[in-house]
Design a protein. Sequence first.
Length: 255
Amino acid sequence: MSSRALSFGAMAEAYERFRPGYPAELFDMVMAYAGGPVQAALEIGAGTGKATRLFAERGVSVTATDPDGDMLAELRKHVPANVQTVQAAFEELRPGVRYGLVYAAAALHWTNPEGRWSRMAALLEPGGVFASFGGPIRLAEPAVEEAVRMARAPFLESDEVPSPDGTPPEHDMQWPGTELRQSAWFADVQQSVIERRLTMSARDYVGHLSTVSAYLVLPISEQEQVYRRIMQVLPEVVEIGADVIVHLARRRYEP
């Protein structure tokens, strides 16, 4: 697992404060795809529990896994009693109990591609649902986005995580849908987008950047410089695009 994947724990409280949660529409979309109620779900890379709450507060018994103990400690402060936690990376999970739903919220790209889908299938009941959702948070105003790009340029060319399989952003089907379509373990692959626009203060936007892995792996002195430079070019309030890209697939009964 890359250093970027394990960079979040030190910022667990900031991650909880500055990262947006997930809308109820997402839960409804996953349940509609499942075709009925889901009793138990396994979450990959739960972080501080932004997605955990979405499912657990609506009656799903969630087992939330994450390799970072600091993130799970923060998660436990915010989730209901029907959530169990396991400190483990996806690759460390051993097949045993099978779930009606396995999902990853802005975390799947940190998993090892080797054996990813057979491992995922082993955690799911036949006919069970896999869901992956997330998406980049971008400044909605092009002029502001360009000003921020210029401000961070001496330190970072880009702060986004590239597509794991190199799928260009203009393609109709994005990763992980591209891989799911090729997997013998999954069928009925669907991609949807929940459009969202949010507003936040400039300070909160920089707080959000302080939870982004590209910044977290910079030396502390450079982090301080880049945040200061970005603050100088931001208006007091910024509008952001925070669309949630949702991929759904069903575990085949036989591969």
